[in-house]
Design a protein around this ligand. Structure first.
Ligand code: AP5
Ligand code: MG
Length: 237
């Protein structure tokens, strides 16, 4: 994925941010699109709980078998399952200098447990980037989304089509429509967001760690807004 904002961050490759960066927003807000970009720019691992579940489903693991029917209905996977998977991932050495979360936390319980995990790993204060988008735009973005089978590169038939229909520009693999991107399931996912995830906005606001990003703008403008915020954040000592 191209680094649309040019140079790497002054924090560069070696330092990392030393904190958890959370992209918080409804389905279709652009969390995955932006996480891929900032992960590259700041040399931070991109942790997408949705991608982790999809990978488990593909490999037909026990975890995948539990998550599949819930994801197909647009419901959240139970906290205990998500948290075990996330804790295992954060224990990997590449997460020592921080990471970017895309799709986690999604409940108040997940947020409280993440706080504990970050404390155990001596990571600094969390940075939460809240990406707000109106529901009509979300429906268009999600029904138009296509994802590359091999590398997860994200396209949109309306906003960001590939050069050759159905083929990824980056690695030539097939583009697929996510099974939960049908209108009925999108409605359920948006309802689950309002019910279970939206309360995190107040939770993080009250802790003074939430920054709002205008996620209605085009993807490059959103990236610029995010990097302005992240470049203003110093790595903790
Ligand atoms: P997950 O995979 O996280 O899906 P989601 O939250 O529904 O979010 P999406 O991936 O649909 O949207 P996005 O914000 O990443 O948007 P994207 O960048 O692709 O979760 C799937 C499921 O897994 C959940 O429903 C749940 O069951 C389970 N799950 C995952 N995490 C869980 C957790 N923590 N707890 C419990 N269960 C969990 O962009 C969308 C489209 O818009 C693309 O086509 C893109 O090209 C386009 N686009 C992006 N930005 C822009 C822009 N600025 N302008 C124009 N188009 C844009
Ligand atoms: Mg995503």
């Amino acid at each position: 994925m191209a680094d649309v904002t040019g140079d790497r961050s002054p924090l560069g490759d070696s330092q990392g941010l030393g904190r958890a960066v959370i992209l918080l927003g409804p389905p279709g807000a652009g969390k995955g699109t932006q996480a891929q970009r900032i992960s590259q720019r700041y040399c931070l691992p991109h942790l997408s709980t949705g991608d982790m579940f999809r990978d488990n489903i593909k490999r037909e693991t026990e975890l995948g078998r539990k998550a599949k029917p819930l994801m197909e209905r647009g419901e959240l996977v139970p906290d205990a399952i998500v948290l075990g998977m996330v804790a295992d991932r954060i224990n990997q050495p590449d997460c020592a200098k921080g990471f970017v979360f895309d799709g986690f936390p999604r409940t108040l319980q997940q947020a409280a447990d993440l706080e504990k995990i970050c404390g155990e790993h001596r990571l600094g204060c969390t940075l939460v980037l809240h990406m707000a988008v109106n529901p009509e735009l979300l429906m268009r973005r999600l029904t138009g989304r296509r994802i590359c089978k091999a590398g997860g590169h994200i396209y949109n038939v309306y906003e960001r089509p590939p050069k050759r229909e159905g083929i990824c520009d980056v690695d030539g693999s097939q583009l697929i429509h996510r099974p939960d991107d049908s209108e009925g399931v999108i409605g359920e996912r948006l309802a689950a967001y309002d019910r279970q995830t939206q309360p995190l906005v107040e939770y993080y606001k009250s802790r003074g760690v939430l920054s709002s990003v205008d996620a209605m703008a085009d993807a490059d403008t959103v990236t610029q807004g995010i990097t302005r915020i992240m470049d203003g954040v110093k790595a903790p000592r």
